[in-house]
Write a protein that binds this ligand. Structure first.
Ligand code: UDP
Ligand code: MG
Length: 312
């Protein structure tokens, strides 16, 4: 395999129902570009027959197909990261395996790369997801805009193209819990965006449970900003200022008017409020400490069981 021009990176987690159609749509698109390419699939610990399907596709097209097989499920972004460490192309494209973002849009992205952008992000036109997902995305988009300096219309869209230096920077950064599009954006010099079609998931269900989604979005916010911590400190300062005034008022009242009869519940209310604020704060601090810990201990981020590819 000589050095290809394009690398397509696709994370795969339990996508046996989608892979056949993906192969039959992706490869013609790539062949039609008349540019040399490779497709790297990372099997992210699928428990279905995905890996067998990938291997038979490798047998069909060993010239342009490579497979990285994880021993367990490390998440979509780590799967992409493992592929980034091995890409050979000078333009890298990421794509989902479920055909929600159609491979037919790849040429559009390449046009923008060719005019000189080093980062082309897709955003999903007429998004075909549940109302809950769409709204959750909108909220997270707002939070991200307010707390980080990352400007993008749709952080959840994985159909994106990058020039090689950005990918090299991502690999060098050795990030642990990260949100690839945001990290790539922070390294790009000339980013742009383009609307891409969005289709309903071809088959199967989303691999994201509510829990995974929340964790991923924590990665996005805490990975790129300290604003939540600072906001918390400011609220805490305002709270302690107010409680100090309250204590003074209560003390004066005790001296001037005499002991209070009722008011216990008011105090309890205030107390509960302060306790809840403290709990949120401890949780937030925990998030950052946990992340610091993960970086500091420098444990291997994922374990590759097997790499299926032709030698260079
Ligand atoms: N994926 C993965 N590991 C995971 C979850 C998802 O590699 O733990 C892959 C999945 O196979 C798909 C892409 O990431 O190619 C997007 O996943 P999904 O369609 O479930 O996410 P959604 O479209 O609902 O955001
Ligand atoms: Mg999907």
């Amino acid at each position: 395999m000589s050095v290809p021009e394009l690398s397509v990176v696709i994370p795969v987690y339990n996508e046996e129902l989608n892979l056949p159609l993906l192969f039959s749509r992706l490869y013609p698109v790539m062949d039609g570009l008349k540019r040399s390419y490779e497709v790297i699939f990372t099997n992210d610990g699928s428990v279905d027959t995905s890996i067998n399907l990938l291997k038979s596709q490798y047998d069909l097209r060993p010239d342009v197909t490579r497979i990285i097989d994880f021993n367990a499920n490390y998440g979509q972004h780590m799967a992409i990261m493992a592929a980034f460490e091995r890409v050979r192309g000078s333009i890298i494209i990421t794509l989902d395996a479920d055909l929600q973002t159609p491979p037919e849009e790849i040429p559009q992205l390449l046009l923008l790369i060719d005019v000189g952008h080093d980062y082309v992000g897709g955003y999903r036109l007429n998004r075909q997801d549940s109302l809950f997902r769409t709204w959750a995305s909108r909220i997270i988009n707002g939070v991200r805009r307010a707390t980080t300096s990352i400007e993008m219309t749709d952080q959840g869209c994985m159909l994106r193209a990058y020039k090689r230096p950005i990918i090299d920077a991502i690999v060098r950064s050795g990030a642990n819990n990260t949100f690839i599009p945001a990290l790539a954006y922070s390294f790009s010099g000339n980013p742009t965006e383009i609307g891409v079609r969005h289709e309903e998931r071809h088959a199967g269900v989303s691999n994201y449970s509510l829990y995974k989604l929340i964790r991923l979005n924590f990665d996005l916010i805490t990975g790129f900003s300290l604003v939540p911590l600072q906001l918390f400190t400011m609220v805490a300062m305002a709270c302690s200022g107010c409680s100090f005034i309250l204590v003074v008022v209560l003390a004066l009242r005790r001296l001037i008017i005499g002991p209070e009869e009722g008011g216990t519940f008011t105090l309890l209310g205030i107390l509960f409020f302060l306790i809840s604020v403290t709990m949120v704060g401890i949780g937030l601090i925990g998030e950052y400490v946990g992340r610091t810990y993960q970086v500091v201990r420098t444990r291997q981020r994922y374990f590759v069981r097997e790499v299926v590819e032709r030698a260079e």
